[in-house]
Ligand binder design. Structure first.
Ligand code: GLV
Ligand code: MN
Ligand code: MN
Length: 414
């Protein structure tokens, strides 16, 4: 394996496996919802590893965690790296965790080599990259970039009606929400290592992806209010079945995404909550959560407009009330040319093949890009599979990513 001699790949894989055991679901399924019991145990595990590496650990008011390897010049802003450890229901063990444990391993490699950073190198573990609990992705980095303000954050509710304030306090995070936002310049540069979550690197036999752009994600919540009743006794004419209306909207969204003519437009309805959810009862209320993305923000917005038009049409024709809430509509991010050049140089020095590519998934880097120059480094994942328990990245793929990350961090922090 052509990897760094000081890289403890077996140890890193063992740490990934240990982290994967900390799950709300039966392993190998990983489910770690922010502020849940598994998330809290996983945080404790990570903090222990960071402390063992001699890093100084600080947590902010929503649990974003910063583990700093102090550089010789304390005046200089640090170079950051990291990702997330929360996992959607029924996930695998690599999404996010490779960037966190791989970032930590990159720091340990440099420590073992006797490297002395001039700039501090700071590992960041972001709170709730996944939207599972509050319906909005990148909660921690979104708040760091002040894209989600404290008052907007306080209004968030999970499906049991619990708010951020209650949950973060219970999880042991104190301080004002205002203190989470970071100023421009707080990080000199930021690099996120991540699995590709798509098939290209593996298919093309390429070691690394250098991400130039991160796609623009949006989410619209749609609540349809119809009329419930007895599934047997109520005749078909005049029914206001909320789920039948929802079905039309789901298909209208799919059609809109398919008809932009661009392969980069994608739309998904991943949540469909039916009330009252009884087989012999006409659905009276349905909540849909939609996920709409594109590399081109304007084209993405055309799909949102098409969904809006369909809501109006279906509501009028079926006599149901439809409320739409734009949860988020974020612009795409562009990665920094200087960091990309540094990654490219490191890949060449390390003898790794690479290609430039876009990220169709979103990442905390989308928001870090608002407050610092960022870039992302992708490694392949088997079959492009992600957000599934069979997500897999070979140790040598992870090793290549960590190797190039370590070289690049060394260059940027020197
Ligand atoms: C991140 O998990 C995404 O859904 O892109
Ligand atoms: Mn994910
Ligand atoms: Mn991720």
């Amino acid at each position: 394996m052509n990897t760094h001699p000081r890289l403890e790949i077996d140890g890193l894989i063992a740490e990934l496996m240990t982290l994967a055991q900390i799950s709300e679901a039966e392993p190998p399924i990983v489910t770690r919802v922010v502020f849940g019991e598994a998330d809290r145990r996983a945080r404790a595990y990570l903090k222990g590893l960071c402390a063992a590496a001699g890093l100084t650990v600080r947590e902010d008011a929503v649990g974003n965690t910063f583990a700093r390897w102090q550089g010789s010049d304390a005046e200089l802003a640090p170079v950051g790296t990291g990702s997330h450890i929360d996992a959607i229901p029924n996930a695998g063990l690599y999404d996010g965790c490779v960037g966190v444990l791989g970032g930590l391993e990159a720091i340990r490699v440099l420590q073992h080599l006797g490297f002395k950073p001039r700039r501090s190198i700071e590992l960041v573990i972001f709170t709730a990259e996944e939207p599972t609990r509050f319906g909005i992705g990148c909660l921690g980095s979104r708040m760091m970039a002040n894209v989600l303000t404290p008052s907007q954050a306080l209004a968030l509710r999970d499906k049991e009606g619990r708010g951020l304030e209650e949950l973060r306090t219970q999880a042991g995070f104190a301080g004002t929400l205002e203190s989470v936002a970071l100023p421009l310049g707080r990080f000199h540069q930021f690099i996120e290592l991540h699995i590709e979550q798509g098939p290209l690197l593996e298919q093309e036999g390429i070691d690394l992806g250098l991400v130039t752009h991160i796609a623009a994600p949006a989410s619209v919540r749609v609540v349809i209010e119809g009329e419930g009743g007895h599934a047997g006794a109520r005749l078909m004419p005049g029914r206001k079945d909320a789920l039948a209306a929802a079905a039309e909207l789901i298909l209208a969204l799919e059609t809109a995404a398919r008809s932009t003519g661009a392969i980069d437009t994608v739309a998904t309805v991943g949540v469909c909550e039916v009330f009252p959810g009884a087989v012999n009862s006409i659905p009276s209320r349905v909540r849909l959560e939609t996920d709409i993305r594109d590399i081109d923000g304007a084209r993405r917005d055309c799909v949102i407009d098409a969904l809006h038009a369909a809501c109006g049409e279906v509501s009028g024709r079926r006599g149901v009330a439809i409320a739409e809430e734009l949860v988020n509509a974020d612009p795409p991010a562009t990665c920094d040319a200087e960091i990309l050049a540094a990654l490219e140089a490191s890949a060449v020095e390390a003898g790794k093949s690479y290609k430039k590519m876009v990220s169709r998934a979103y990442h905390d880097s989308l928001f870090m890009a608002r407050i610092a120059p960022v870039a992302m480094l992708f490694i392949p994942c088997r079959g492009g599979v992600s957000h599934r328990p069979d997500e897999y990245a070979r140790p040598e793929w992870i090793g290549s990513g960590v190797h190039v990350l370590a070289r690049t961090l060394a260059g940027l922090a020197a």
